[in-house]
Design a protein around this ligand. Structure first.
Ligand SMILES: [Zn+2]
Ligand SMILES: [Zn+2]
Length: 442
């Protein structure tokens, strides 16, 4: 069987692309009336991300020429939009890159745990309307963990290494801000020593987390003391802390997968079906047991609420993994004393790095020649519009890659019947219409 080869994708063919293309313009028009109350105003950055996605992977916007050194076989690779959280292909590249980077540069080869921190439904909307609170949520999670770890492992240097990624989506794209935590299962009290933490007592941790989030919302004027009393009166607080089993440092792949998981995309193309005639999306749950039908505009509006702002960082590092701690160790040339879970590979050229990432995502090598398995190289980058048109025209690809023009919008027609001598059909219909017994009355 021949080795699989990398075929430059054509995103224009996917149902997701078609859905965005069919509805983006209408979404912009109706957003204020239909969605602003639920999701807040339509952020300019969100519009840009969606528009750029429609041009991602389109040869008309420029490409690289890739050629086999042995047999001369050649293909074109279109530029991508590099926008995270909305473009499935670019986000996936970022996810793989992040997983590798985190395991090579941050996560030390010691036991870790995965925590998830969630907040009650009633409090989630504050984070939707004020996205700066998401950073504060990350801090609340860190402070809770720090207090908890110092309580069970007292000592001056007893701080765990922590990576916290905030996600905002639930299973069906509802707004559910929560934090995924990768934390060392213990701390580094002195050089060359890692002390494993005792078993986790989630009840304590949840209590600390709850009081941190409540004080945050109180200090920001989002809730009142009366409201807090109401929250306290509930049998189940709605705050959740989940903790996974201890992850051994030998489980490199599990760790890398987990690192990818914490910044995964808000939706999966495999789980969606687009029905263009009905303007509907059918979306299945992760376990595929449930499905939900959405109006395409409702679905897109929900998707938009999960796109972070331009400079919004969803991943933060604390304690032993904080940027400051890592910087100090690097300066003192001490960071490598405790190795990371994956060895860094510094000698790779950017060209090879890209090929390796594609290989990780699709399990094929984009730089292996489909004709002779020889090594392919990027021979040029084409960005000049005239040259782009010329090459694509020459290859007969120009038309295929052109986005169809937007469909004309139907006009609201005013009907003036003042001069009409005949009754409207509908009126005539009403007169003859007999209401039968089982016809529902309003
Ligand atoms: Zn070849
Ligand atoms: Zn893209």
């Amino acid at each position: 069987m021949p080795a699989p080869v990398y075929r430059p994708r054509n995103p224009i063919q996917t149902p997701y692309y078609r859905c965005v293309e069919d509805h983006l313009e209408t979404l912009e028009q109706v957003y204020e009336d239909r969605f602003e109350r639920t999701y807040g105003f339509f952020r300019p950055h969100v519009r840009k991300v969606m528009e750029r996605y429609l041009d991602c992977g389109n040869l008309l916007n420029g490409f690289a020429r890739i050629k086999c050194e042995d047999c001369g076989h050649e293909y074109l690779l279109a530029f991508s939009c590099k926008r995270r959280h909305f473009c499935p292909s670019c986000h996936q590249k970022r996810v793989v890159e992040f997983g590798e980077w985190l395991c090579q540069n941050v996560i030390k080869a010691v036991p870790h745990r995965h925590f998830v921190f969630g907040i009650p439904k009633i409090l989630r909307r504050y984070f939707l309307y004020d996205r700066r609170l998401l950073l504060e949520l990350s801090r609340c999670i860190w402070e809770s963990l720090k207090i908890y770890y110092q309580y069970c492992m007292p000592g001056k240097n007893s701080v765990p290494g922590t990576t916290i990624a905030i996600q905002t989506f639930g299973d069906f794209l509802g707004f559910n801000p929560h934090g995924h935590v990768l934390i060392t299962d213990g701390s580094f009290p002195e050089k060359g020593l890692f002390k494993v933490a005792p078993a986790v007592r989630l009840k304590y941790l949840e209590k600390i987390f709850r009081s941190k989030v409540i004080s945050l919302l109180l200090s920001k004027g989002k809730i009142t003391p009366d409201y807090i009393n109401l929250l306290k009166s509930w049998k189940h607080s709605g705050f959740q802390v989940f903790c996974g089993p201890r992850i051994h440092p030998r489980k490199k792949e599990a760790m890398e997968n987990l690192a990818r998981y914490i910044i995964r995309a808000s939706f999966s193309q495999e789980r969606m079906t687009y029905l263009p005639e009905e303007s509907r999306i059918i979306y299945r749950s992760k376990d595929k047991r449930q499905e939900k039908a959405f109006d395409a505009l409702d679905w897109l509006a929900a998707m938009c609420s999960h796109i972070p702002d331009q400079r919004e960082q969803m991943v933060r590092y604390y304690g032993f993994y904080s940027n400051v701690s890592r910087g100090i160790r690097q300066k003192a040339n001490e960071d490598a004393l405790i190795p990371c879970i994956l060895e860094p590979d510094e000698n790779k050229k950017p060209n090879q790095k890209w090929a390796r990432l594609i290989q990780k995502i699709y399990e094929v090598d984009p730089l292996a020649c489909p004709q002779c398995q020889g090594l392919m190289r990027i021979i040029s980058i084409i960005e000049d519009q005239e040259v782009i048109d010329k090459i694509l025209g020459h290859l007969g690809l120009w038309k295929n890659n052109q986005r169809p023009p937007p469909k004309p919008k139907s006009l609201e027609i005013q009907i003036d019947s003042s001069d009409s001598q005949l009754p409207f059909y509908e009126e005539a219909f009403d007169q003859d219409f007999e209401v039968s017994a089982d016809y529902p009355t309003v």
